[in-house]
Write a protein that binds this ligand. Sequence first.
Ligand code: FES
Length: 333
Amino acid sequence: MADKTDQPKAQGFARGLTNYGDFDFSLYLRRSFAASMGYLPESLEKPIVGIAYTGSGFNNCHRHFPELLEAVKRGVLAAGALPVDFPTISLGEVYLNPTSLKFRNLMSMDTEEMIRAQPMDAVVLMGGCDKTVPAQLMGAISADVPAIQLIGGPMMTSRYLREEGEEKLGACTDCRRFWAQYRAGTVDGTEIREIERRLATTAGSCAVMGTASTMACIAEALGMALPGTAAIPAVHADRLRAAEASGAAAVRMIANPIRPSEIVTRDSVENALRILLALGGSTNAVIHLTAIAGRAGIEIPLEWFNELSETTPVLVNLKPVGSHYMEDLFAAG
Ligand code: FES
C-alpha cells in the first residue's frame, strides 16, 4: 500500500481527485492520458494554468487570439507552470441571432463549469467582444478558482478620403453614421460599399467606447485584469506583452492564492461603477456589471448608481458620446 504521507499534492492534472494515492486508478488514468499528449514527466509535476480560449471563425474581434494564446503560454511556462488551453463558447456580436445577449449566460455557465470540472490551479480568461468579457467574469466568480482576464483589445481606425477631406473610420459608431447618410441619400451605393470595407480593418473589438471597451475597462477597474491593459490596441506589441504578463500573473496567483470572490468586492464594484460613469461608457455595462456583482453576492441598487453618477464627471471624449477612439485613449495614457 502507498504511504499516505507520500501522496502527491492535489494539483496539476491530479487536481480535483480526492482520496487518491500512487496506486489510485483515477490518478493512473489521468497520468497515462496526459502522457499521451506528449508531456515530459517533469512537466506533469507542474501546476496547471488553464486558458479559456475563445478564438472562433465566427468572432472577427478575436482573430488575433492564436498569437495572444502563444504569448500567454510563454508567460505561464517562463513562470514555471504548465499552460493548458481549452475552448469555450465564443460570442461574435454581429453574427448571433436573434441577439448575442441571449447567449451571455450560456457562455458564463460553460466557462464556470469548465473551470470547475477540469484540473487547473488557476485560469486565464481570454475575452474581448461585447458579451464575452462579462460572461467570463461571471463564470470565473462562481467557479472561484484564481483567475485573471486578458482583454483582446480594440481595433485601430482606418482612413477614408472624401471630397470634404480625409475621414477617420472606426466601428461601430461610424457604421451607424454612414448607414444613416446612405439612407438619407447623401452617400451613394458605390461609396457605402467602399466605406463598408474600411470600417473594421484590424483584429480587435469595436474601436469606440462601446460595450466591449467599457467592459474591458470595468474588468481592469474590478481588479480582474492587469492594470493599464484595457485600452491597448489589439494589434499593438504591448498587447502581446500584456498577454505574457497575464500568464505569469496567473502562476503567481497559484503560489499566493487570491480568488475572484476576494477581488470582486463592494469596493471594487464601486470603482467599476465610477469608471463606467467617468468614461461615459455603454449602458449595456450596467446590466453586465449587475450580473457580475450578483455572482459575488453584491447588489447594485439604482439609488447607489444614481448617487455615484451625481458625483462623477465624464472625463473622456470618446465615441459614441464624444468624438475620439480607443486608440486615442491609449495614446493619452
Ligand atoms: Fe465585437 Fe463590436 S463586434 S466588439
